[in-house]
Every structure is written in C-alpha cells, then in structure tokens.
Design a protein around this ligand. Structure first.
Ligand code: UD1
Ligand code: MG
Length: 448
C-alpha cells in the first residue's frame, strides 16, 4: 500500500527583513506567492495532508494557503519559539499518524517536488530522518551539517558553531523528512537549551542518532534551497525561477533568441514551435499556441494567442484578448477584451478595446475603438472581411458589417451595413491658387 504523507510548511516567521507590509511568504515569485510554490511542491510529492504553520494574525496567508489545495490545514504558532516548536504546533496533525512527515519552509519557493519524492523514497528505504543540505562557498548564517565517519551526527546552528564547524560548507537547507512512527516523539524530545533559547528542529539529528536511528544527509543544489529573507534574495529567487522556466520552455521546443530578457509568469503556457524575440514579458494567464511569433518588446497578459499568429513588435495584449489562428497585432497595437478572429490583421498603431473582429478583417493604421463613454464600456463589432481605413475612430457601440469599408479618417457613430462603405468625414475641397496667394500676401506684409 502506498505510504501516507503529512507535509508541514513552517511560515510563522515575521519576515521583518523584507521591510514590507505584505507577509513574507506572500511575496510573489513569477507572480505566485512563495507559500503557493511550496504547497504545489508538496502536492507534487503526493502529500495526503499539508499543514501550514502560521503566526497570529496571518489571515491573508491562511486564505491563500487554503485556496491552493483542499489538503491544506492551518496551524497557529502563537509564540515564535523555534522550528521544533513550530512543528509541535501541528501536533494535532502528527497525532493522526502518517508514514512520512516532511518539514519545509514557506520562504524557500524553489524546492522541486522531485526532490521531496526522493526524500520520501529514502524514508521508504528505511531511513528515520533525512536532511536535505547543499554546498556553498558562503555558508554564513546556515546550520552546518556535521559528519563523522561519513555519517551525519548533528546540525550545528551558525550561531553556536565552533571555528572549525564554521568551515564546513555543507549547510542545512531546512528541509527534513522524518519517519512518521518516530516523528512526534523525536520532536517532542527537543529542548531549548542553546544560545538563543529556541527549540531547534535541527537537534533531531543528534537525538535520533543517539537512539540508533538511521539519519541520512541528502543534497540538492544551493539554488533549489535558496531561502528568501529580504528583497535581494527575493529577486534572486525570481531570477533562478525565470532561468528554470525558460530552459524548460526551450527544451519543450520554444525558441528564444535572448532568453535572459524574456519574463514568464508561473502560469504561462507556451506550445512547441512558439518563437519569442527579446524583451517579451508575460503577465498572468497567457497561453500561446504553436507557430505563434511573439516579437520583441511585447507585453501580454490574460490572453489566448492562437496558432501562427504574430504579436508585436511592441504590442500590448491585455486581459480578455483572444487571437485566433493566423491573426496579427503589430507594432504599437493595444488589444483589450477583444476577439480577433482567424486571419484578421491589426498592423499598426491602434487601440482595439471591447471588440469582435471578423475573419480576415483589416484594421488600418491608427484605428481607435472608442469603447468608453466616461461611464460605461461598449462593444465594437467588425464583420468578416471588413476593411477599416487608417485613422478612423469607431464610437462604440457600433457594428461594421461583413465586407464593409470604412473610409480613412472617419469618425464612425452609426452602423455600416454589409458590403457598404461608411464615409464619416468632411469632403475635400481644393481651392486653386489659394496657397500661392496667401504666401504672396504674407511676404508683402513682412516687407513693410
Ligand atoms: C534554519 C535552520 C538552519 C538552516 C536554515 C536554512 C533551524 C534551527 N535552523 O535557520 O539550520 O540552515 O534554516 O534556511 O531550524 N519558523 C516558524 N516558527 C518559529 C521559527 C521559525 O514558523 O518559531 C519558520 C520561519 O517562518 C521559516 C523557517 O521556520 O520559514 C525557518 O526559520 P528561520 O528563523 O528562518 O531559521 P534560520 O535561522 O534561517
Ligand atoms: Mg531563514
């Protein structure tokens, strides 16, 4: 039978070093709160229950966390007395008895679920405690993993470590896997007899070792275990996340000529065969289908970008946009809440807001959909194969019929029937010789 798993995510820290009103674990990486990243990794490792330990007055954290998964329960740690104390705040969950207990930190958002699965496998193979460490040239501040005779014997917090111990570059990443049969009893045995007077979860290593239980040191990369304590580290986490996501996308067949300039959102979906030019930014909720070209300096959010479409360069695609197969939104075009049907083109300098653009329609340069009357938004419908001449203003609500034309420079207030041409501007009058006469008069006046 499959082993059961309880994952505890410690997130009761105050995060004062963030210098932010937002609780630390709600700071986003790739647009997703850090706590959500950690919960998703826990779900990915097949946790049956996920306990998030928060401090008092963490309603926002609780709300986000419970919204992530039905398996999430919140435990309150009233006083911040250390990581072992935090684990004990979830005693109720531990009492239920699980085969595996994982302890994670809410501020380490880059942890992969594969690594957690690897730790669970280590428990399944008979280990009682597995600790995930990493190697670094800058171990300052971390707990050091002290090995003797190839065995992990204790973790010494930086604060309490001797000179010699401080030279150890294998650091505790904070992630632990404990066999459920022993977990509660082991954590309960931890005392606060140390320099800080805190209950250190890391003491579990020595306690378990002394009882002849099997303690295993595991390793992951330093980047995967990065903990975020301030805004600089938050930007490092973002950097690492972006690099990973770009690489993943490229391995799946997305081409990027300057990947380090492309910014993805946690939910960006890019199909095989999408090509992305430099400096494209993806906000929330963008899906791009095969063969689409996202050209340089485009910004997209909340959009469905169909097959073989072209977006940009310099396009701004806003929420509610659907671009069907073969359509185009070119340079300096802003599209919002609009359905651009198959083969339709908006090539230059336009604002298309609240619209439905028919198949193969052509929206000329400088066309503006006047969708807002100062109070309400209104819709503009462009028929199949219609042609809107350059520099037209379409005052919504308005419908341009199938196959209709709008003459350049029109300010369209009324519907244009199918196959008709709407001309809504003053007719041109040429006054012969007028320019010359004016010039002559001005020169005469200047000469006086
Ligand atoms: C901890 C580890 C250290 C490790 C480092 C990795 C201990 C004693 N030390 O140190 O070995 O190298 O992480 O980043 O575990 N928390 C609570 N309640 C508490 C205390 C902490 O929920 O009472 C939470 C914090 O919100 C945080 C996590 O536990 O998510 C770790 O706490 P933190 O104070 O950052 O521990 P470190 O000193 O970084
Ligand atoms: Mg920390």
């Amino acid at each position: 039978m499959a082993r059961t798993c309880l994952t505890l995510i410690l997130a009761a820290g105050e995060g004062t070093r963030m210098r932010s009103d937002l609780p630390k674990v709600l700071h986003p990486v790739a647009g997703l709160p850090m706590i959500s990243h950690v919960i998703r990794a826990s779900v990915g490792a097949a946790s049956d229950a996920i306990g998030v330990v928060v401090g008092n007055s963490s309603d926002d954290v609780a709300e986000i966390a419970t919204g992530e998964s039905n398996s999430v329960e919140i435990h309150i740690q009233d006083k911040r007395l250390g990581t072992a104390h935090a684990v004990m705040s979830a005693k109720g969950a531990l009492d239920r008895g699980y085969d595996d207990v994982l302890v994670l930190f809410g501020d380490a958002p880059l942890l992969r679920h594969e690594t957690l699965t690897r730790m669970r496998d280590t428990l399944a193979a008979g280990a009682n405690v597995a600790v995930l460490g990493f190697r670094t040239d800058r171990p300052d501040g971390y707990g050091r993993m002290v090995e003797e005779g190839g065995k992990l014997v204790r973790i010494r917090e930086h604060f309490e470590a001797s000179e010699e111990e401080r030279r150890i570059n294998l650091c505790n990443g904070g992630i632990m896997a404990i066999d459920g049969a022993n977990a509660l009893e082991l954590v309960n045995s931890i005392t606060n007899d140390n320099a800080k007077g805190e209950y250190y979860l890391t003491d579990i290593v020595e306690i378990a070792g002394n009882r002849g239980l099997e303690v295993i040191a595991m390793e992951a990369s330093a980047s995967e275990l990065l903990g975020v304590n301030n805004q600089v580290e938050l930007s490092e986490a973002e950097h690492i996340w972006q690099q990973r996501a770009r690489e993943q996308a490229m391995l799946e067949g997305v081409s990027m000529s300057a990947p380090h300039t492309v910014f993805l959102h946690h939910d960006t979906e890019l199909a095989q065969g999408v090509s992305i030019e430099p400096n494209a930014v993806f906000g929330a909720g963008v899906r791009v289908s095969a063969g689409a070209q996202i050209r340089a300096f485009s910004y997209l959010e909340g959009a469905e970008i169909g097959e073989n479409t072209v977006v940009g360069p310099y396009a701004r695609i806003r929420p509610g946009t659907v671009m069907e197969k073969g359509s185009k939104a070119g340079n300096f075009v802003e599209v919002k809440n609009a359905h651009v049907r198959e083969g339709a083109k908006i090539n230059h300098l336009s604002y298309v807001g609240d619209g439905d653009i028919g198949r193969n329609a052509n929206i000329g340069a400088g066309t503006i959909f006047c969708n807002y009357d100062g109070t309400n938004k209104h819709k503009t419908v462009i028929g199949e194969g219609a042609f809107v001449g350059s520099n037209s203003s379409l005052i919504a609500p308005v419908t341009i019929g199938d196959g209709a034309y709008v003459a350049s420079g029109s300010t369209v207030t009324d519907d244009v029937p199918d196959d008709a041409m709407g001309v809504a501007r003053g007719r041109q009058v040429n006054k012969e010789g007028y320019a010359k006469a004016i010039r002559k008069r001005s020169q005469a006046e200047k000469g006086k």
